[in-house]
Design a protein around this ligand. Structure first.
Ligand code: NAD
Ligand code: ZN
Length: 382
């Protein structure tokens, strides 16, 4: 590439978090050009996932300043060397989990956790060279988040973490497939492979839990029990196939597992934890059926507490497993989900409960923490 056409640093606005739990501030940042195997993206829209909120709330000074956001759609603005899969002008969505296609995990049907370009969860830098592409007005580096950092007008993402968006796909709908909704649908479809007519219990009816219900509905589940403290979630849950609702506040001194065992004649075939609390992970495991009951953990534990389970229940044939991104292999599975949406099989529209302009980004945090939103779309140009 000759020097005159080489991408230059871009000065733009980003919502920077300076300290854990503090509101984001719109600041001017400089976004460096993409290096080899990297793509610089002009973000069109982005949305807030509970994983942003969980890490944002940790008061660890070493983790900041940081640019959050990992559910996003944008246009490719420039590409680094060796990027052939996408070109300038392509619409892409971002993924926090890579899909390099070459490593032992990508080549196996048993894993979606790419070890070719691994996830740098806590380090806040690009995965290949360990440096940041963001600097603030004083020239100091700003950390990335989940290898995406979409709360910025421009960001740089590894090519293993972008998926082309079909032209017919509205950007705000594609944005949902970036993380939470794909995670939930994938958990029912790929991780648990829910069988027709089976019983499913979903703990936590946020976007991830409702997407599990949606995935279970598409798999033909017979009964889908939603567990949530927020009674408003049942009505919206019906759209995604939830047939029964258990509010832990309304069951007196009985445990959630007692109630679910009674409802299902011994325990649900599949339980999914989509909250991020160790106690609910134990409840989910206790609520699944001896013999073949399977529990899938999707929640990111908010206090990093260990999970306690009774080994006798494991001896009874129950299994428990976790999943990042619901077993989704980004480059091959997300196009399938986009097609299912465009064929009117997969519900996506109902996950969008709010939309705000970029300057109102803190409202997305407030809505999620108040339990009022599923996904709040943040439009960069509004
Ligand atoms: P959300 O905040 O929208 O939903 C959480 C739901 O849990 C809410 O409806 C809330 O009312 C309910 N809830 C909270 N405490 C409860 C309790 N004690 N009992 C019953 N219900 C309770 O969050 P989300 O965006 O849907 O994310 C859910 C979880 O999934 C988070 O932990 C998030 O970090 C995690 N996540 C994991 C992956 C992954 O790859 N495994 C991907 C995305 C999100
Ligand atoms: Zn997420």
């Amino acid at each position: 590439m000759d020097q005159s056409s080489a991408p230059k640093p871009i000065r733009c606005r980003a919502a920077v978090c300076r300290a854990g739990g503090e509101p984001l501030r719109i600041e001017e940042v400089v976004v460096a050009p993409p290096k080899a195997y990297e793509v610089r993206i002009k973000i069109i829209c982005t949305s807030l996932c509970h994983s942003d909120v969980t890490i944002w709330s940790i008061k660890n000074p070493a983790g900041f300043p940081k640019i959050f956001g990992h559910e996003a759609v944008g246009a490719v603005e420039s590409v680094g060397e060796h990027v052939e899969e996408v070109s300038v002008g392509d619409t892409v969505l971002s993924c926090f989990l890579a899909h390099c296609g070459d490593c032992v995990d990508c080549r196996s049907v048993r894993s979606n956790v790419c070890t070719g370009v691994p996830l740098g969860l806590a380090d806040g830098v690009m995965p290949r060279d360990g440096t940041s592409r963001f600097t603030d007005a004083s020239g100091a580096p700003v950390q990335h988040f989940l290898n995406v950092s979409s709360f910025s007008e421009y960001t740089v993402v590894d090519v293993t973490r972008v998926v082309k968006v079909a032209a017919a796909m509205p950007p705000e709908k594609a944005c949902l497939l970036s993380c939470g909704v794909s995670t939930g649908v994938g958990a029912a479809w790929k991780v648990a492979a829910v069988e027709p007519k089976s019983t499913v219990a979903v703990f936590g009816l946020g976007s991830v839990g409702l997407a599990v219900a949606e995935g279970a509905r598409l798999q033909g589940a017979g009964r889908i029990i939603g567990v949530d403290l927020n009674p408003d979630k049942f009505e919206i849950g019906k759209t995604f196939g939830v047939t029964d609702f258990v509010n832990p506040k309304d069951i007196g001194d009985r445990s959630i597992s007692e109630v679910i065992k009674e409802m299902t004649g011994g325990g649900a075939d599949y339980c999914f934890e989509c909250i991020g609390l160790a106690s609910l992970m134990s409840d989910a495991f206790q609520s699944c059926r001896p013999g073949w009951g399977k529990t899938v953990i999707l929640g990111v534990e908010m206090q990093f507490s260990p999970v306690s389970i009774n080994s006798v229940e494991i001896l009874q044939g129950k299994t428990i497993m976790g999943s990042l991104f619901g077993g989704i292999k980004a480059k091959t599975d997300i196009p399938i989900l986009m097609n299912r949406y465009l064929n009117k099989e997969l519900h996506l529209d109902e996950f969008i409960t709010h939309e705000v302009g970029f300057h109102d980004i803190n409202k997305a945090f407030e809505l999620m923490m108040a339990g009022k939103s599923l996904r709040c779309i943040i439009w960069m140009d509004r």
